[in-house]
Design a protein around this ligand. Structure first.
Ligand code: ATP
Length: 237
């Protein structure tokens, strides 16, 4: 599904990612764990087209999308759930979901959009109850659900999630990860950037550890969870 090859990126003259390579197979769930500032967001932003890499390739189903603008990502089925959720606070829950389907509503209305919105409300009943309320009034967990729901409205084949657990209570984090597992079971490939290594390794089949812009470990999640370095540095054991 996704193949990142020797990707380098940074901000101005500051190099952040150094020849990163990783893969997400079709239908697989993969996590990217790393400390604050390791480069997870920078990598996800490159894949989402929000940051232009300085080198390397990003292949989605064999097409190199590295140099193409963010707007083209929908054509390749790639959608980002950004760090900090970034919901449109003054707009209602329903309007936020419609924004996720923007390309399917304009210039021609895709008749499946209504059914997809109902599916989001089935998955997150709280959003259905609050569909007429401004998104800014939702709790942090509800906003995260809305950010995921908004992404689903574009019918992604590869969902990129940046720190979905950030700032949420442990029970809410459990719910969010259960949702991510469910989406993967429905066939959506997942790449999940997380500081919460414990939850990430429990929910993804495979994991990469990123430190100072380099991949320092990669393995099946069960293997990574047993790795002494991962246990001390990322799992606090
Ligand atoms: P976090 O958990 O904080 O999101 P992260 O692993 O996602 O961490 P990045 O946000 O990718 O890390 O940051 C990687 C490095 O890039 C850090 O050293 C950070 O200070 C730097 N950086 C991030 N955004 C910018 C920016 N807009 N301009 C300059 N440097 C930046």
């Amino acid at each position: 599904m996704l193949e990142v090859e020797a990707l380098s990126a940074g901000y101005g003259h500051v190099a952040v990612l150094h020849r990163i390579s990783l893969r997400v197979e079709q239908g697989q769930s993969v996590c990217l764990i790393g400390a604050n500032g390791a480069g997870k967001t920078t990598l996800l932003r490159c894949i989402a087209g929000l940051l232009r890499p300085s080198g390397g390739r990003i292949l989605v189903e064999g097409n190199d999308i590295a140099g193409r603008p963010a707007s083209t990502r929908l054509d390749f089925g790639v959608t980002l759930v950004p760090e900090g959720r970034r919901v449109f606070a003054p707009m209602t829950v329903r309007e936020n979901l419609e924004m996720g389907a923007f390309r399917r509503l304009w210039p021609r209305r895709d008749r499946q959009v209504g059914a997809d919105m109902d599916a989001v409300f089935d998955m997150f009943p709280r959003l259905g109850e609050r569909q007429g309320q401004p998104a800014g009034l939702l709790s942090g967990g509800e906003q995260q659900m809305l950010a995921i729901g908004r992404a689903l409205m574009s019918r992604p084949r590869l969902l990129l999630l940046d720190e979905p657990s950030m700032g949420l209570a442990p029970r809410v984090v459990q719910d969010i990860f259960a949702t991510i597992r469910k989406l993967n079971q429905q066939g959506i490939s997942i790449l999940l950037g997380e500081q919460n290594a414990n939850m990430a390794l429990q929910s993804a089949a495979r994991g990469y550890v990123i430190a100072e812009g380099e991949i320092v470990r990669e393995a099946e999640s069960t293997m990574l969870a047993r790795d002494p370095i991962v246990r001390t540095a990322y799992l606090g054991l």
